[in-house]
Design a protein around this ligand. Structure first.
Ligand code: FE
Length: 171
């Protein structure tokens, strides 16, 4: 880029159909009420709930050791471990603090947090759905971006943030 136009911003409108960008200044929230409980000392924090494309970005926080869930992924998942450590019973690798994880479509696995981990926080991009299964793969439940939106709405209604609080994360 020549020096004369390097600092000139793009001077045309963005496409009309392009949704507004989303900036979350405190991904790890200062207000604890933003964490949505989904189990015993297990929470998620929505970052982007992409209803139009069927995926979501969130932080998962776990402060209890044990099995979180056994699930199948119809589509890929990307994870970045911000704090702590976790692993899958089906694999010998460990997702350590600072690590990146790619989970392949078709994978069924069982997420565990070991007893010496006091807190685990991981950012996940989950595409499509989490399909919860028993050890034989029989479906016991699911989550998708719509169940996540519903869980947020219910929690924020109950804790005073308000039903509309979740809307800022939806695209
Ligand atoms: Fe997974």
């Amino acid at each position: 880029m020549s020096s004369s136009d390097a600092w000139i911003p793009y001077r045309h409108p963005q496409p009309a159909e392009s949704p507004p960008e989303l900036i979350v200044p405190d991904a790890i929230p200062k207000d604890e009420r933003v964490w949505v409980p989904v189990g015993d000392r297990v929470w998620f924090r929505p970052l982007l709930l992409c209803a139009s494309r069927g995926y979501w970005m969130n932080l998962l926080k776990v402060q209890s050791a044990g099995v979180l869930s056994r699930h199948r992924h119809p589509q890929p998942v990307h994870g970045y471990v911000i704090k702590g450590r976790w692993r899958y019973l089906e694999h010998d690798w460990v997702a350590n603090e600072g690590g990146y994880v790619y989970e392949a479509p078709g994978e069924t696995h069982t997420l565990v947090v070991d007893p010496d981990v006091t807190e685990m926080i991981t950012m996940f991009q989950v595409n499509g759905a989490m399909i919860y299964v028993d050890p034989d793969g029989n479906v016991t439940g699911y989550d998708d971006v719509f169940t996540r939106i519903e869980k947020c709405r219910r929690h924020y209604t109950a804790n005073g943030l308000g039903a509309g609080y979740v809307d800022q994360f939806i695209r």
